[in-house]
Each structure stands twice: as structure tokens, then as C-alpha cells.
Design a protein around this ligand. Structure first.
Ligand SMILES: C[S@@+](CC[C@H](N)C(=O)[O-])C[C@H]1O[C@@H](n2cnc3c(N)ncnc32)[C@H](O)[C@@H]1O
Length: 215
């Protein structure tokens, strides 16, 4: 598996613990140091399943052969990429036939919800007309529309197979809110909404799964 923009390695570590061979491609050396530190606390068998490479997700051709991976994850990264299509094409190229491209993106179709529910009317009105937004850590980033990504996935030979909404009910929860006692029920409700129309369409994030060579 290839995890592009693996950040602190949350997904990569879980996948390695589950028995997968994971390569992490990350542009920020400080993040790679954090992953190395987290890995050092893992048993040798798990450490050996993770390979880390410093680089840009748009340059997969410089690092990997075509069709090298069964799964490519790109979670929480497209927001930072001004032009998503070249990045997505680079990811599709290293995917084996039948392989899965897993994208987690900010949902541009529901961008007005967060400011609107917070009573920020100027922010809500602006969000209808632009995919640009300021994220929780104050960076100017961008969101993606499902329809546009669906078109791109078809064009790069990894058509959309399935999609989910992520953070339907909990988008306004503060980052430091901690794990609530009813965590299981919260997850059950989020999971249900994330798979159900019309809720999933207005989730803060979208999880899109394309399949290389899929119908
Ligand atoms: C919000 S974090 C997401 C981390 C992880 N994927 C997750 O879901 O928890 C975004 C990460 O993508 C990295 N990143 C942003 N643009 C990138 C690019 N063009 N190529 C590789 N990594 C990139 C950032 O350095 C950061 O570590």
C-alpha cells in the first residue's frame, strides 16, 4: 500500500499492524521524523513493514514503477494541492489493475455548513461560490466537488466505485473535546449517516474510492 501525505502515520501504522506492507510518501521532513519516532515504539515485525520516503505525491513516477501498489491512500492531502488532477493521475499510474484509490477530501458542496452552523453568515455566503477556505489550523486551502472528482477518476482510469460522507454530525466538535463515553454510539451514527442519502452528501469530508480499470 502507498500512503501519500501520511502525516503522523495514523493510517499507515494501523495498516502495518493489520499485516500490510506500507510505503509512506510525505513532503514534510518533520512529519517523517514524527512517524519514525512512532515506529520506534512498535515491534520489529511492524516496523519492517513500513518504508518511508520524502517526496511529493505528484512525483510518484520518480519513486515507483507503474502498477506497484494494490492500494493508494491520499487522505487529507488534496486540500493542500492547488491542481488536483496531475496528483491524481500520478497516483493512478502506480496502482495495479483492480487496485483501490482511496481519497479523503474536504467536501466543496457542503462548505457553507460549518460557518453557517456557527452563525458566521459572511463565511457561509462566501462558501457557496468558492472552494477556498481557511482550515482549523489557519491555512488557506481548498475543497473538492464530488462530481468533478468523479469525472477526473474516470479520466485517469480509476472510476468511482463507492463513496461515503465523513463527519456528518461531529464536524463542529472542538479538536480538544476528547473521547466521549458514548463513543460507540457516535461512531455507529456517523457510519450510518456516512452511508445514507442525503446525509452523506453534506458531510464535511468525502471518502471516495476509485478502482483501477473498474467499470
Ligand atoms: C492533514 S495531513 C493528513 C495526514 C494523514 N494522511 C491522515 O489522514 O491522518 C496532510 C499531510 O499531507 C502532506 N502533504 C501535503 N501536500 C503533499 C504533497 N504534495 N505530497 C506529499 N505530501 C503532502 C502534509 O505534509 C501533511 O503531512
Amino acid at each position: 500500500m502507498l500512503d501519500v501525505g501520511l502525516g503522523q502515520g495514523t493510517q499507515a501504522l494501523r495498516l502495518a499492524r493489520a499485516g500490510h506492507e506500507v510505503t509512506g510518501l510525505e513532503s514534510d521532513p518533520a512529519m517523517l521524523d514524527a512517524v519514525r519516532e512512532a515506529l520506534s515504539a512498535e515491534p520489529a515485525g511492524i516496523r519492517e513493514r513500513v518504508r518511508l520516503i520524502e517526496g511529493d505525491g505528484r512525483d510518484t513516477g520518480a519513486h515507483f514503477l507503474p502498477g506497484a501498489f494494490d492500494v493508494v491512500l491520499c487522505h487529507g492531502v488534496l486540500m493542500y494541492v492547488p491542481e488536483p488532477d496531475p496528483m491524481l493521475a500520478a497516483l493512478a499510474r502506480v496502482l495495479a489493475p483492480g487496485g483501490l484509490l482511496s481519497l479523503l477530501v474536504r467536501n466543496a458542496d457542503a462548505l457553507a455548513l460549518r460557518p453557517g452552523l456557527q452563525g458566521d453568515w459572511d463565511g457561509a455566503l462566501a462558501a457557496f461560490d468558492s472552494p477556498a477556505y481557511t482550515n482549523r489550523i489557519g491555512l488557506s486551502v481548498r475543497a473538492d466537488r464530488r462530481e468533478e472528482l468523479t469525472t477526473t477518476l474516470t479520466a485517469i482510469g480509476a472510476p468511482l466505485h463507492t463513496w461515503y460522507g465523513v463527519r456528518v454530525f461531529t464536524d463542529l466538535a472542538p479538536d480538544d473535546s476528547g473521547v466521549p463515553d458514548d463513543w460507540d454510539r457516535l461512531l455507529e451514527a456517523e457510519d450510518r449517516a456516512g452511508r445514507t442519502d442525503p446525509y452523506r452528501a453534506v458531510a464535511a469530508l468525502l471518502h471516495l474510492c476509485g478502482v483501477r480499470g473498474g467499470a
